[in-house]
Design a protein around this ligand. Sequence first.
Ligand SMILES: Cc1cc2nc3c(=O)[nH]c(=O)nc-3n(C[C@H](O)[C@H](O)[C@H](O)COP(=O)(O)OP(=O)(O)OC[C@H]3O[C@@H](n4cnc5c(N)ncnc54)[C@H](O)[C@@H]3O)c2cc1C
Length: 383
Amino acid sequence: MKSELQEELNIFKESVVRFIENEIAPHYEQWEKDKIIPKSVWHHMGEQGFLCCDIPEEYGGFGVSVDFNFLVTEELAKAGFFSLACNILVHADIAAHYVLNMGTEEQKQKYLPDMVSGHCIGAICMTEPGAGSDLQGMKTTASKTDDGWSISGSKTFITNGQNSSLYIVAAKTNLDVAGSKGTSLFLVDDDSDGFERGQNLHKMGQHAADTSEIFFESVQVTEADLLGELDQGFLGLMHELPRERLGCAAIGVAHAEGALNLAVEYVKERQAFGAPLAKLQDIRQKIADMATQTELHRVMLEHYKELLTMKKLTPVQASMAKYSSCEMEGKVIDQALQMFGGYGYMQEYPISRFYVDARVQRIYGGTSEIMKEIIGKGIIGRL
Ligand SMILES: Cc1cc2nc3c(=O)[nH]c(=O)nc-3n(C[C@H](O)[C@H](O)[C@H](O)COP(=O)(O)OP(=O)(O)OC[C@H]3O[C@@H](n4cnc5c(N)ncnc54)[C@H](O)[C@@H]3O)c2cc1C
């Protein structure tokens, strides 16, 4: 990385870390109880320039490199504020980039400046009760009307589902062909007639993140709300997935690094058999494994960020990064928790939150099994 960029990132990091310490840490426990992060926090982050940093200046962003975006979510994950990291990933690295890369000029002007300021939070609605890994099985449809489309169906597990005002919705627009050829994306505002939020779902972790069912009952949208080409929604999805998956990997690596830091601090303090735990060879060996794994994945991540910047990151590489980093995250955090003994199982110890939050990383954004399918097929090629 060029030293000039590294210097700018260091300065940016200082302000992000300070913000996390002063504005996130003192309130996070309450947000976990509330099961949502107040919109005012999004506005505040927008004011500080922490949202959608790499959106071009003509749409209200700063036009800086993707490293700035990732730095925000990584620092949040490293500090253990994983819910907010994932909320922002979906908003800034996924939803905003669908609009930027597929949107018309009018759509970009309408949404992106407010996404940068945090006044419009974005969500992406793919998964349905009967269609997750196999998105071709989705049942939500958009039928042609005189002046646009009428969307009907339901989605589930939608991140930012309660807080968002912009929902990017995948719906079938041609039922006569395979889903991959007859699906389109639509920009749906939350004040549209027939749009309804379901409950804020109860999850085993990520307690401060709002995750919801969303219902569409003949929601009327216009031609101007179609995002990208008609029937080409899957192509858009395929285009955006590498970034989404690398974003999950980045959060995973940072989350593991944060857990490792907590474990190292703890084993130096905790006394057993007349000495700190860190004096035990077994503990040192485990710390060595955890540190080696996080370091290996950090190196991979930084290399892949460069490829992403150059638009050279392949779907196979992004899947490798997501699969391997999220599996590693789970193992390292499990090992870190073990070092805390019974205290690790107590909610007042942050490592317990790392543990429950991490589990979902192997499930969303494409499960580990689906990642391996993509990697295996990509390596073997067509038979
Ligand atoms: C907290 C959270 C947030 C989420 N946020 C969003 C969001 O913002 N937007 C959104 O659209 N979705 C979101 N999701 C949904 C997520 O992407 C899906 O849960 C995920 O893709 C898996 O789909 P599924 O739950 O239907 O599981 P299934 O697809 O039913 O899979 C069940 C199991 O079968 C395995 N399996 C399935 N197919 C294969 C195969 N071909 N080979 C081998 N194994 C296979 C899977 O790996 C898994 O282990 C979120 C989910 C969670 C839990």
